[in-house]
Design a protein around this ligand. Structure first.
Ligand code: ZN
Length: 298
């Protein structure tokens, strides 16, 4: 039985937004239904501040997701980028992606970037490492939820979805907890000429970790960005001892703390490499995106 003890969203400008949940649970904590007016007010207060004043303050960065390249480009085999992790870190200390040559999964937590290679090893990445695809934010939680006995990725997803103010914003998601089961994958380093990511994932490595603890890092993106990023959930995992990790396929949570950061601002940094400039990126690759990034394993 999944129990999400919902607290509340505290907006960074001092407004408290009551939250609601529509999913059924036998044990329900006290919940407050979202008041549409309050939501509108909240979005106005912290979501609709003009970005013309982009350099106004560092406080603004914690409302923004910054992304390098597009998921379509990655799927098309554009595995080399020109943005370093040092540059990426200017935009946030929390995020996911991969590194050049598609050399495994990447996760950034507390400003430190980790690579999980196809052999399951975790390495700390030097700042001059380049990425062909990544998204980061300066994580500040807007809501904190206790997740207990969550049976699957899908169950957690439904529970989080039910509590979000809207499906149409970006959210950073951080889950810190103990996982009786954590299923992850990583992808092997590629050499030129590059194959499509759809082909590469046929050679992916799968790992199942039992009774591990650590942090899940990732994003939930709105449906209309499919092709630019992954619509829906895209999560990576790093164990507390920094020895296990990868792109999350499935899990069970014994107990965890789920933090959500609402991100109404989106910045996209496109590569200027000839591979990107010449690529045909007209297709949305709906099925491919699902196949490479959103397969769930129970
Ligand atoms: Zn991933």
């Amino acid at each position: 039985m999944a129990i999400l003890a919902q607290l509340h969203f505290t907006l960074r400008r001092g407004t408290t937004l009551p939250r609601c949940a529509h999913h059924a649970s036998a044990v329900q904590p006290v919940r407050t239904r979202v008041n549409a007016l309050l939501l509108a007010l909240a979005l106005l207060l912290f979501g609709a501040v003009p970005t013309a004043n982009a350099q106004s303050s560092s406080a603004d960065t914690n409302r923004q997701i910054v992304q390098v390249s597009t998921i379509n480009a990655l799927i098309s085999g554009i595995f080399d980028g020109d943005t370093t992790l040092r540059e990426l870190k200017q935009y946030g200390s929390f995020g996911i992606g991969t590194i050049n040559h598609l050399d495994g999964e990447m996760l950034m937590l507390d400003g430190v970037s980790y690579q999980i290679t196809a052999d399951g090893e975790v390495h700390q990445l030097p700042p001059d490492t380049k990425t062909p695809f990544a998204a980061v934010t300066d994580f500040h939680s807007d809501s904190v939820t206790t997740a207990t006995n969550i049976e699957s990725f899908d169950a957690l997803q439904k529970a989080i979805d039910a509590d979000l103010p809207s499906p149409n914003l970006f959210y950073a998601i951080k889950i810190t907890g103990t996982f009786p089961e954590m299923k992850v994958r990583s992808v092997p380093r590629q050499t030129q000429p590059y194959r499509s990511l759809t082909d590469v994932v046929k050679d992916q490595s799968l790992f199942t970790y039992q009774n591990t603890s650590g942090t899940v890092v990732g994003f939930r993106c709105p449906p209309f960005v499919q092709g630019i990023n992954v619509a829906g959930y895209h999560l990576h995992f790093l164990s507390a001892d920094k020895r296990q990790g990868g792109h999350v396929l499935g899990f069970k949570i014994e107990s965890g703390r789920t933090e959500i950061d609402v991100l109404p601002d989106f910045k996209l940094i496109l590569p200027d490499s000839s591979a990107f400039l010449k690529a045909d990126l007209r297709d949305k690759n709906e099925a491919d995106i699902h196949a490479v990034e959103q397969i769930r394993v129970k």
